[in-house]
Unconditional design. Structure first.
Length: 295
């Protein structure tokens, strides 16, 4: 009889443990499910980026799920239907920048950038920078040109070229690098706003990505010569200077690799070359960071 009593007690004790373990297992499962759901939410509400956090650089991004609006250093950034967008860092960008996504539920997701500085090609010359501004006669001609350039940069064509891999518009010797600058007896001059390609007079140059022509100069500009500008969408645009001939018209849709002009030496140029410059909104960017080195 004593053995039977002990057996009953043990069984009862085991039964008690079993009764307790059921809610514990349920709680653990619920906790695991909640953690998995939270992890999935965190993953879905993260930014995704490709590109370089560097002066003159461009980055393509994926907005967090449920993003209602984006801002980059306080300025609004448009987002495509699938959540993709583009941002860029000016040649003289500071060391940090911030992007904020506001979700549909009002929550904000922030991304901080540590922008790497670059060592620009700086040439010190032992002559003084020319004093005084441009003449009134020059400015009388220049103001309408600047107005056309600024108007071209305001065009929002809706092109998807910004999403593509950019190609070189021409092949040849790189005769001028983006960001290079002269310093005249301690006084900095303007930096070089694009990349120069010495491809030979009359050589075709092509569209580096899809876009819409926003400016095709009807006559040479005072500095740029025959100037051609293309909008790639989302605030990203290209300018091609010194052309001997422009082969496209304003409003025309162009495809990546399509011939759009011929290299020349019009405007203020010392010899035949293509000057290719790019901007994202107000930020001047380095085209080579979009194309990679020339083959």
């Amino acid at each position: 009889m004593g053995l039977k009593k002990n057996t009953i007690v043990v069984c009862a004790a085991l039964a008690g443990v079993a009764a307790i373990s059921l809610p514990l297992s349920s709680t653990l499962a619920e906790t695991a499910a909640a953690e998995a759901e939270e992890s999935a939410f965190r993953e879905a509400t993260k930014f995704g980026f490709t590109g370089q956090e560097i002066q003159g650089g461009v980055m393509l991004g994926d907005a967090p799920a449920g993003t209602q609006s984006l801002s980059f250093d306080g300025q609004p950034v448009p987002v495509d239907e699938d959540g993709k967008f583009i941002i860029a860092f000016n040649r003289d960008a500071g060391q940090s920048a911030q992007m904020v996504a506001t979700l549909e539920n009002g929550q904000t997701i922030k991304k901080f950038f540590n922008i790497a500085p670059r060592k620009w090609k700086i040439e010190h010359v032992n002559i003084a920078k020319r004093s005084g501004g441009p003449s009134s006669a020059f400015m009388a001609r220049r103001r309408p040109e600047l107005a056309q350039i600024n108007a071209a940069r305001q065009v929002k064509s809706g092109s998807k070229g910004w999403r593509q891999t950019f190609i070189w518009p021409a092949k040849g010797r790189i005769s001028g690098m983006f960001g290079s600058q002269r310093v005249y007896k301690g006084t900095p001059g303007s930096y070089h706003s694009g990349v120069d390609i010495a491809g030979g007079a009359g050589t075709y140059f092509v569209a580096p990505a899809d876009g819409v022509v926003t400016l095709a100069a009807s006559k040479p500009f005072s500095l740029e010569g025959n100037l051609l500008m293309i909008d790639h969408g989302m605030g990203l645009n290209s300018a091609f200077l010194h052309a001997s001939k422009i082969l496209v018209k304003e409003g025309q849709v162009v495809k990546r690799g399509e011939p759009i002009g011929r290299i020349g030496a019009t405007g203020r140029a010392t010899g035949p070359h293509l000057h290719w410059s790019m901007k994202w909104n107000k930020a001047r960017i380095d085209p080579i960071l979009l194309t990679g080195p020339m083959d």
